[in-house]
Design a protein around this ligand. Structure first.
Ligand code: PNW
Length: 457
């Protein structure tokens, strides 16, 4: 039976954001500093010295923003909770005024029939925890579980879906190995310790949420859609295996298959004595989950080439592997546009880890959008990107992969980490001078997709 361009009944349509990227109000109501405050205020780390101090001022404008979501017909909204709003020092007493904000936001969403999907950690570690070692320090995993329980206690009566981490690949490798993200450390051994403690934090938090009664618990990963430059080449297949281990199986296998793969342990041992890996950890990390969030933007092509420099500091131990430069049509991030990469990735996950329902928790594109003379933002390139990737999702579903929902990145233009405000991912345009929001053409197109539960053919 062909489903044409329609999605399965009950498919979840929504949009995603993250606290530090949109909230602003960095010093309001007792919020403590996070590693992204420190990093963005350090000269040279973020484009043009941009910070999240004001961002989209969503902290004050959330009722208007939720109204916009409702106008677009969103069924779900994925946002993250700022840990340092809840616990200014990262552990210990909870700041009730920080929780109040999320309480009001959740009520606003529910009042408009929009399902809240919470991300507990989208990269804004409390600075005082980084001062104690951050994710290289084992206790951070336990503090994270305490924070998760505190958030659940207040919001769990209204929020059904809880995800622990967003993209631990970025937190560990960009934060601790290449240093292009906060906290900006450059030490591969620290990055592997961070990988493990992030995973352990996920497992402990999942257990705490479950014990407290959470309906659905999950995690969001950004698996690298790694493809061989030459599908016939054995050397390229070997390069794929290495990069897939380092970027993907290092997360998938502990979470979904009971432990780290032997080849990945061996890879890590080249940089670390693995003293962080203790008896029983893998059992904690393998806590059952109800959903797996997948963030996809672009594929990565690799080739086995003796003497090639490898993928740089974010890919420790990949010397001898050539990471091909992006080719063909690119987004404003310089990322290659290739929807087939998403189908391939989903099919692979569906095959190797078949029992977990998948949600696309992020997919989208940055383009250099500007309002025209009529005030509208004509972003045909973004519509084409989203249309192509939704077709790719549909293809995977037709081939039997259990994909339950799609959340576009992002609801609105926002602080794009090291790129500051110069990269625009929103389906809603934000004028940062006036904080004026303008739904782009893609937002109106998306509203139509949601209404018909499918794509215009
Ligand atoms: C994701 N990379 O970040 C994040 O979850 C979002 O907060 C972010 O705004 C979005 O994608 C767009 O960048 C990534 O360098 C940042 O491979 C960098 C990379 C991947 C994902």
């Amino acid at each position: 039976m062909t489903v044409g361009l329609r999605f399965p009944d009950g498919f979840v349509w929504g949009a995603a954001t993250a606290a530090y990227q949109i909230e602003g109000a960095a010093r309001d109501d007792g919020r403590g500093p996070s590693i992204w405050d420190t990093f963005s205020r350090t000269p040279g780390k973020v484009y043009a010295g941009h910070t999240g101090d004001v961002a989209c001022d969503h902290y004050h404008r959330y009722p208007d923003d939720v109204r916009l979501m409702s106008d677009l017909g969103l069924r779900a909204y994925r946002f993250s909770i700022s840990w340092p709003r809840l616990q200014p020092d990262g552990s210990g007493p909870v700041n009730p005024r920080g929780l109040d904000f999320y309480d009001r936001l959740v009520d606003e969403l529910i009042g408009r029939g929009i399902d809240p999907i919470v991300t507990l950690y989208h990269w804004d570690l409390p600075q005082s925890l980084e001062d104690r070692g951050g994710w290289t320090h084992r206790d951070t995993a336990s503090w994270f579980a305490e924070y998760a329980a505190a958030a659940y206690t207040r919001l769990g009566d209204r929020v059904a879906t809880w995800t622990t981490l967003n993209e631990p690949w970025c937190s560990a490798y960009l934060g601790y190995a290449s240093g292009v993200h906060a906290p900006g450390r450059q030490d591969p051994a620290a990055a592997f310790a961070a990988v493990h403690h992030l995973l352990l934090g996920h497992g402990l938090a999942a257990r705490a949420l479950r014990a407290a009664g959470a309906e659905k618990v999950g995690i969001t990963l950004n698996p690298v859609a790694v493809l061989p430059a030459d599908p016939e080449s054995e050397a390229d297949a070997e390069a794929v295996r290495v990069v897939d281990g380092l970027a993907n199986r290092i997360f998938f296998d502990p979470i979904l298959a009971g432990g780290y793969p032997a080849d990945v342990l061996e890879h890590m041992r080249r940089f670390s004595d693995l003293a962080f890996l203790q008896d029983g950890d893998e059992k904690v990390i393998a806590a059952a989950i109800d959903l797996l969030g997948i963030n996809y933007y672009s594929p990565t092509y690799v080739a086995g080439r003796p003497g090639a420099p490898g993928g740089g500091a974010a890919h420790p131990g990949t010397e001898g592997i050539l990471f091909l430069p992006p080719a063909g049509p690119l987004t404003d991030m310089g990322w290659q546009i290739e929807p087939a990469g998403l189908t391939a990735l989903l099919e692979r996950i569906g095959r190797d880890y078949p029992t977990t329902p998948l949600y696309i928790t992020e997919n989208g594109a940055a383009f250099d959008d500007k309002p025209g003379a009529d005030g509208q933002v004509a972003d045909a390139d973004r519509i084409a990107y989203l249309d192509g990737h939704l077709r790719a999702v549909l293809t995977a579903i037709e081939r039997g992969v259990d994909v339950r929902g799609y959340l576009v990145w992002s609801l609105m233009d926002n602080f794009e980490w090291a790129e500051g405000y110069r990269k625009r991912f929103g389906i809603i345009h934000v004028d940062y001078q006036t904080q004026r929001r303008t739904p782009k053409d893609s937002a109106l197109w998306y509203r139509d997709v949601i209404t018909r539960n499918g794509l215009p053919s």
